[in-house]
Design a protein around this ligand. Structure first.
Ligand SMILES: [Zn+2]
Length: 62
């Protein structure tokens, strides 16, 4: 039996449209939250979600 769970936005707790299984592995996955209207990089391993902080994210001005 495989457990699936909705991915919750780590910022606002809103349910996203993505589901993960217990054997789902994501790495540097751009998760979009329709409520925050922003994208964040996440990693998922064994249903444990962690947000990846991008140090370069704020230096977009060339
Ligand atoms: Zn959100």
């Amino acid at each position: 039996m495989v457990t699936t769970e909705w991915i919750l936005c780590p910022v606002c707790g809103n349910k996203t449209r993505l589901q993960i299984r217990q054997d789902t592995e994501l790495k540097n996955f751009p998760l979009f939250c329709p409520k925050c209207r922003q994208e964040m990089l996440i990693s998922v391993e064994q249903m444990k979600l962690s947000v990846i902080q991008e140090p370069d994210a704020q230096t977009q001005s060339r």
